[in-house]
Design a protein around this ligand. Structure first.
Ligand code: AGP
Length: 606
């Protein structure tokens, strides 16, 4: 996933582009570049590395000076991170920035080479620049539309034509793009945080729409060159929401935002003490007749689905299959029109999850999306939609989004169980009440950061560690393991505690850390026996369990204590220590917590 920005107005364009890109570095940050109109011609500055490297290069060489231009921060897909592969890319008279994938770039490149065009980079983006240049007949809009008909794939483009000074063109074909509107200035951006410093008002470009920004303002066209009127939206995020708010990292800020995120997400969906998802177009009747439920997602979102599986099956007695989206879409799934497919996605732009949803729809299933990013592709294409209201999640490692995803899964499970007649209204009200209490419990746990720091200090020298649990605790151990891996770069694996003796216990060596999640009362003794198995073989065991649980030191070396609440709602609070442990381990390792190596916030490519 990459970040695109553009600007037309009275300010120093380079300053605006760099500032806006800094708010999008979470989307990709292995190279960056800008193209600015300066004295009637297009000046390009770009480099491998972070935005700071680009700024340093511009200070040393030449900083473009003008009032209109485009910019880009990259997460490499085609062509390794390098100066030449960084965006913008140019033809003779056209320069562009791109987010997405051009699936037919090879055949287009072959054609252009046959027409004598020469290429400098390995990117699919340069093919688009050269194709625009090839067709350019002096009319940018006609040229853009012609090229859009030839491209296959998902892309958002920022484009400038040398003949049309101080004019920026923007194209959306799947990949997200907004058009910000200020006073006598306008912007394009891949995401809202980029423009919040300047304006909260924006148009959401839809699929196959083209925006033209110049000093006369903004016009938006469809593929038939028809100008279209769009609703001007106002971002409900302020600058603070997109900044760190005094925390050292976005990730820590977002961990501490979880109580608010949960309240904001669930409160509007509860009336008279019961779940009420009607504002999302979901009624009891709609939920009543599904034979199977599939939950399809990637990464942390898939782990949220795992929690949902246990809850829905336990309460509603409906079979739930959880699938990794990249597996679901290629395994010819047995989905029918009697099934519900739930897609969970923070960004709403994850390519595999979007493709999986489209497959499910083609198979006749009802699709329900649980999405955080407003107006995202998954949100707009699902049959039913529940927005989570976590606000912008900037850190690559997802925390508050996961929390609100599982909170929605709880609401859905309660409603499904009530609709299926498996629980009474009183029981549903009791469970919903438990969910409403969790923000307080989360807040209390957030005060125990020293415990997490202590545990983290015991992990930083580990080569590898295990997260183990049973049932809901196993689902939680998956998320704890991923959090640790992706930001501390320490290998870990989540494992069903009861499965250890079937092979994996051979990994246990003297001093190897094992994080044992043990919140489920009915499974506690079983989990304890598994803990004893690893302890007896030299493991250093950290238990995440109720404070009230007393154990001998032959069981665990350390306990992260939890309040004594109902087993079924434990995932809402037990994940907090796992997040904090991962965070502080990464901090102690000196890693870039918010932008871990090799990762991007949303994987909009396969
Ligand atoms: C979470 O910490 C990871 N960054 C990653 O696994 C993420 O959850 C996954 O890529 C799915 O993203 P989505 O929720 O935006 O679809």
């Amino acid at each position: 996933m990459c970040g695109i920005v553009g600007y037309v107005g009275r300010r120093d364009c380079t300053d605006v582009l760099i500032d806006a890109l800094s708010k999008l570095e979470y989307r990709g940050y292995d190279s960056a570049g800008i193209a600015v109109f300066e004295n009637g011609s297009i000046k390009v500055a770009k480099s491998k590395g972070r935005l700071a490297d680009l700024e340093k290069k511009m200070d040393e060489e030449e900083r473009p000076l003008g009032n209109a231009g485009i910019g880009h921060t990259r997460w490499a897909t085609h062509g390794e991170p390098s100066d030449v592969n960084s965006h913008p890319h140019s033809g003779e008279r056209v320069t562009i920035v791109h987010n997405g994938i051009i699936e037919n770039y090879k055949i287009l490149k072959e054609f252009l080479v046959s027409q004598g065009r020469q290429f400098r980079s390995e990117t699919d983006t340069e093919v688009v620049a050269q194709l625009l240049d090839y067709y350019y007949d002096g009319n940018p809009l006609d040229t853009i539309i012609k090229v859009m008909h030839e491209l296959e794939g998902s892309f958002a483009l920022g484009i400038v034509f040398a003949d049309f000074c101080d004019t920026v063109y923007a194209v959306r074909c799947e990949s997200p793009l907004i058009v910000g509107v200020g006073s006598d200035e306008s912007f394009i951006a891949s995401d809202v945080p980029a423009i919040l410093k300047y304006t909260k008002d924006y148009y959401l470009l839809e699929h196959n729409e083209i925006a033209v920004l110049n000093n006369d303002g903004v016009k938006i066209f469809n593929l038939h060159k028809k100008e279209i009127e769009k609703e001007l939206k106002t971002a409900d995020w302020d600058m603070d929401a997109a900044e760190k708010g005094g925390y050292e990292h976005f990730m820590l800020k977002e961990i501490y935002e979880q109580p608010t995120a949960v309240r904001t997400t669930i409160t509007p969906r509860i009336s008279d003490g019961l779940p009420n998802l009607e504002e999302c177009g979901i009624t009891y009747d709609k939920l009543r007749n599904f034979e199977n439920i599939y939950v399809v997602a990637c990464g942390t979102a898939m782990h949220a689905g795992m929690v949902g599986k246990y809850i829905i099956e336990k309460l509603a007695r409906i079979p739930v299959t959880v699938d990794i989206a990249s597996e679901f879409r290629y395994r010819d799934p047995l989905v029918t029109d009697r099934d519900l497919v739930i897609i969970i996605s923070q960004s709403g732009e994850t390519a595999d999850s979007l493709a999986a949803m489209r497959l499910a729809k083609n198979l006749g299933a009802q699709t329900l999306a649980i999405v955080n990013a407003k107006g995202s592709s998954i949100a707009r294409e699902a049959d039913m939609l529940i927005y989570t209201h976590a606000g912008p999640e900037i850190a690559v490692a997802s925390t508050k989004a996961y929390m609100v995803q599982i909170s929605v899964m709880y609401l859905l499970a309660f409603e499904l169980a009530l609709a299926a007649g498996k629980i009474s209204e009183d029981e549903c009200r009791r469970l919903t009440g438990l969910l409403q209490q969790t923000p307080e419990y989360i807040s209390d746990l957030l005060e125990k950061k020293e415990a997490a720091q202590y545990i983290a200090s015991s992990l930083i020298t580990a080569d590898s560690l295990l997260y183990i649990g049973r049932g809901l605790d196993y689902a939680l151990s998956m998320e704890g393991s991923l959090k640790l891996k992706e930001i501390s770069y320490i290998h870990s694996e989540s494992y069903a505690a009861g499965e250890l003796k079937h092979g994996t216990i051979s990994l246990i060596s003297d001093g190897m850390p094992v994080i044992a999640v043990a919140t489920q009362t009915a499974l506690l003794e079983k989990t304890i026996s598994n803990i004893k198995e690893v302890k007896a073989r030299g493991a250093k065991v950290v238990m995440v369990c109720r404070d009230s649980y007393e154990f001998e030191n032959d069981i665990a070396d350390y306990k992260f204590g939890l309040p004594d609440i109902d087993d079924i709602i434990m995932p809402m609070i037990a994940v907090v220590p796992l997040q904090l442990i991962a965070y502080y381990t990464s901090v102690l390792k000196g890693n870039d917590v918010d932008k871990p190596r090799n990762l991007a916030k949303s994987v909009t490519v396969e």
